[in-house]
Design a protein around this ligand. Structure first.
Ligand SMILES: [Zn+2]
Length: 166
């Protein structure tokens, strides 16, 4: 289960595992902001702790040279979020269950935000190693790298309040 880590300024920093979040809280480096429902973690000694959903660092950290809108690393989970889990071929409403390389790998296309889109099984099967131009297909939108907050936003709906402007 993942936990949203906020900076001391309450700005979202990143996503950490619940174990990492618990370690930060128990060592006094972070405080619990939101509990995950009424779930608790039980220590070996029998003590109960609230299961974290959002934690906040006590001390402000800043990353030299890191822009807050830096693109996250490419991942299939992030791609699903960006493409709304839908096949990206124009006019198709099917579930985007596969990753398609717009410029096929056999022609030097890389695995990147700009060259990958979700496609349904059928469209991906038909496309194979051909280009969109050859098939006369259009995409619903030009593939671009998402911002970190888009990927975080879709990770857990409970985090929306921390990621969306009021
Ligand atoms: Zn499709």
């Amino acid at each position: 289960m993942s936990v949203l880590l906020l900076n001391a300024s309450y700005e979202p920093l990143t996503i950490v595992s619940w174990k990492r979040a618990m370690t930060l809280v128990l060592t006094g480096r972070a405080e619990l902001v939101e509990q995950d429902g009424d779930r608790v973690v039980r220590s070996a000694g029998g003590a109960e702790f609230p299961f974290p959903q959002v934690v906040r660092l006590i001390q402000m950290i800043s990353f030299a040279g890191m822009r807050s809108n830096e693109s996250p690393r490419f991942s299939k989970k992030g791609l699903s979020a960006r493409d709304n889990r839908e096949c990206q071929v124009s006019g198709c409403d099917d579930h985007g269950s596969t990753v398609d390389h717009v410029t096929p790998r056999s022609r030097g296309g890389d695995t990147s935000w700009e060259n990958c889109v979700l496609m349904c099984l059928e469209h991906n099967g038909v496309k194979g190693d051909r280009s969109l131009e050859q098939l006369g297909w259009a995409l619903k939108q030009t593939p671009v790298a998402p911002t970190s907050s888009i990927v975080m936003l879709t990770a857990r709906p409970e985090w929306d309040a921390w990621l969306l402007p009021a």
